[in-house]
Design a protein around this ligand. Structure first.
Ligand SMILES: C[S@@+](CC[C@H](N)C(=O)[O-])C[C@H]1O[C@@H](n2cnc3c(N)ncnc32)[C@H](O)[C@@H]1O
Length: 225
């Protein structure tokens, strides 16, 4: 992690309350959105979960997909501690490398069959996504790897807009996230050479859960021809 400053915020203070707050506002709907495309993760995969929080999604990935190995990369030490305790408490089996850090803590030789970013892209400005966050993860994806994103998208209904505005302000104050408005992460992923394979709207259209893949050289060639 660079100089111990993560522009995605410091969630240590809010870690004990995070799941309760999310449940009070959204019930189980944020969790339901995150599992829609887990069946796309290939068998025996090496998986990277970035910003997985208290570990609910990790448990689902381990139980549903039985991956070969998971790197659990989380900027908050408190979140990582909760995720590892959860695994022990619930006796979930699997090979997991719990790592406190951010995308700069990935090793250059590490490459993944699937990368998961659940409610993480919304923490950053478009500038950070484009210049830094997306390129780093892009480099960590195997040529046929999948990037599963579940995140908020720009809503059109007034109360959803108000809710999103409130959440961004709340995490600005409590965790110091850099975003002041929702970045157009879909456009940023597309501009980085990723292609969306699957998409489903969730939570009344204010969340989208998607599968992205690297644009294959053959596809590019076909377009040129
Ligand atoms: C909004 S929370 C979402 C937590 C979890 N995915 C969920 O849906 O319950 C964002 C999480 O991303 C983590 N985070 C922020 N920036 C990060 C980064 N650059 N690398 C890894 N984790 C990061 C935070 O510590 C926090 O736990």
């Amino acid at each position: 992690m660079k100089d111990n400053v993560n522009v995605g915020g410091n969630f240590n203070g809010i870690a004990p309350l995070y799941d309760t707050l999310a449940f009070v506002v959204f019930g189980r709907r944020l969790q339901q959105a995150q599992v829609v495309w887990l069946n796309q993760i290939p068998a025996n995969a090496v998986v990277l979960i970035v910003g997985g929080g208290t570990g609910w999604l990790l448990e689902q990935v381990l139980e549903r997909r039985k991956p070969k190995r998971v790197v659990y990369l989380e900027a908050s030490a408190k979140m990582v501690a909760r995720a590892s305790r959860r695994m022990i408490r619930r006796a979930v089996l699997g090979s997991v490398d719990f790592r406190v850090g951010d995308e700069t803590d990935l090793k250059p030789e590490e490459h993944f069959d699937a990368i998961l970013t659940p409610f993480v892209l919304d923490l950053f400005t478009e500038q950070t996504l484009r210049s830094h966050f997306i390129p780093q993860l892009h480099n960590a994806l195997k040529p046929n790897g999948l990037w599963l994103v579940t995140d908020f998208v720009q809503p059109h209904i007034w109360w959803q807009k108000a809710l999103l505005w409130t959440m961004i302000r709340f995490f600005g104050i409590t965790a110091g996230i850099e975003a002041q408005q929702l970045a157009n992460w879909q456009q940023s992923l597309a501009e980085a050479g990723l292609v969306r394979q699957k998409q489903q709207q969730q939570v009344g259209g204010m969340v989208s859960t998607e599968v992205w893949e690297l644009e294959q050289i053959s596809n590019r060639q076909r377009k040129i021809d």
